[in-house]
Write a protein that binds this ligand. Structure first.
Ligand code: GDG
Length: 466
């Protein structure tokens, strides 16, 4: 088995002490690396007055991690800038929030160069290099410039947008060209892969030269869909843990004679939180008879606070949650609990289990692991109902959820009503189909499928005559 080097912007394997960072990528990579004698490289999350390329190496929970500090300008232009103010909103179809600032693009290129120079000495012959997400698209190109011939793969955790959207980005061609320095490019679902292929056909005069094999810019790259999953076995253990059971009991005590509707999301505009709150408000307005029978709990730990759009959405959610409780609460009862705290994973498992309804309604989401965690946490004899946005990648797999358009308050309100009145046999039937998928297509299956494909690519494609 080749050694695996995983690269992502942030390197944060769970410490095992319950103080995990929030985010799907960290969860998935930690699980993926556990079985490989490998290395995880990325930014430490810290800044230094001047970039030195000094590596900090440590072992965390069985994983060797190597991190490097960045300059403040790097964080502004690369992380907060090009990654989170340009590519993140654009790839989630939020052109209204996309900053097209040349300095951000320059910072992005600079940091990818710096990462390449720092990582280069750690790469040995035969290593597989697996680079993750939109922060690091040009990293293979920079490593190739430094003479790295190893097999290198890229996996995109967010959606790949339609080519009409991508072409609004100045420098889009350069970005896509950089993907041809990889041997394998992976997406969550076929829809994103097809959007990439359409770009290659329409904008790069590329051609398909075999199944999943594309030629453009004088190079070839293999592309494929690899739907990410959760560590289902680990989650099953978490649900049985003492903390999870206590949390479930606590939630049950808070909802005597009431049904719990639960949402858990990083506080991000892509997650459809405003639309979800408005949908719940509509449900309360349309169903006076059911109102007192529900409690909605939304957990939304804050993220990316250095980006204005996140400060703005936080303020809007504060005001919306206040409005809903102000409008519908009684002296002995309030319909909505909105919490910005970060919970331990075992506690989250207990909260999911207590939820009669899991409300997962992003406007766009590469995959969405919360939907899968909610399913994994349910009681097989009395499971809750998953309401899922059709615009989450997970909707392609979790087809027995109640699939909704998250932009429609009416659809959300109707789905809530349907979920709350669903009889037990139907809940069990739907849940069994969902759980079968969550177990089968788990994080191990994802990692194994991707790494096997990368390993089977013989050598780096040579430059073709175009
Ligand atoms: C990106 C893509 C794709 C949430 N609150 C707490 C907490 N979380 C954990 C959840 C889940 C993770 O964060 C969120 O994962 P998602 O997949 O839902 O979303 P993103 O962070 O946006 O992830 C996404 C993913 O990458 C993987 O490819 O699915 O589409 O956007 O695991 O449980 N964890 C803890 N406390 C919290 O309060 N400990």
């Amino acid at each position: 088995m080749s050694r695996l080097i995983v690269v992502s912007n942030r390197v944060n394997p769970p410490s095992g002490k319950g103080d995990e960072s929030v985010g799907g990528l960290a969860m998935a990579l930690a699980a993926a690396l556990r079985e490989y004698s490998g290395l995880w490289f990325g930014w430490s999350g810290k800044t230094t007055p001047e970039f030195t390329g000094q590596l900090a190496m440590q072992r965390i929970d069985g994983v060797t991690v190597a991190t490097v500090d960045l300059e403040e300008a790097d964080v502004d232009e690369y992380y907060n800038g090009y990654a989170n103010k340009t590519l993140w909103p654009l790839f989630h179809y939020r052109q209204d929030l996309t900053a097209y600032d040349r300095a951000y693009g320059e910072g992005y290129e600079r940091v990818n160069r710096r990462f390449a120079e720092t990582l280069r000495p750690l790469i040995e012959a035969g290593d597989l290099v697996w680079i993750h997400d939109y922060h690091l698209i040009p990293l293979a190109r920079e490593l190739r410039k430094l003479g790295v011939k190893n097999r290198m793969g890229f996996f995109l955790h967010v959606p790949w947008p339609a080519h009409q959207v991508l072409t609004t980005l100045p420098g889009h061609k350069q970005l896509v060209q950089a993907m041809f320095d990889y041997d394998l490019v992976g997406f969550h679902i076929a829809e994103y892969q097809q959007a990439f292929e359409e770009y290659v056909l329409n904008e790069a005069a590329g051609e398909q030269i075999g199944p999943g094999l594309w030629k453009a810019f004088g190079r070839t790259v293999r592309v494929g869909a690899y739907p990410i999953g959760i560590d289902a076995a680990d989650f099953a253990k978490l649900v049985r843990s003492a903390r999870a059971v206590r949390m479930r009991d606590l939630m049950a005590a808070c909802t005597v004679f009431r049904n719990l509707i639960v949402g858990v999301d990083r506080l991000d505009y892509s997650k459809g939180l405003e639309e979800r709150f408005i949908g719940f408000e509509r449900f309360l307005a349309d169903n006076p008879d059911l109102r007192r029978e529900v409690l909605m709990l939304q957990i939304a730990p804050v993220s990316r606070e250095g980006v204005e759009a996140y400060q703005e959405i936080r303020a809007r959610l504060d005001s919306l949650s206040g409005r809903i409780n102000g409008e519908f609460s009684d002296i002995d009862w309030a319909p909505f609990r909105y919490v910005n705290k970060n919970y331990r994973r075992d506690e989250l498992a207990g909260i999911y289990r207590a939820g009669r309804v899991g409300l997962v309604t992003p406007l766009r989401d590469g995959m969405n692991l919360v939907a899968k965690e909610y399913v994994a946490a349910q009681d097989p004899d009395d499971p809750g109902v998953l309401i899922l946005s059709r615009f989450a990648g997970a909707a392609r797999q979790l087809t027995e959820a109640l699939l909704v358009n998250p932009n429609s308050p009416e659809e959300l309100a109707e789905a809530l009503k349907q979920a709350l009145s669903m009889d037990k046999p139907e809940r069990i039937r739907r849940w069994q189909a969902l759980y079968e998928n969550v177990q089968r297509e788990d994080v191990t299956a994802w990692r194994d499928a991707y790494v096997a494909d990368l390993e089977h690519i013989q050598a780096r494609p040579t430059k073709l005559a175009s």
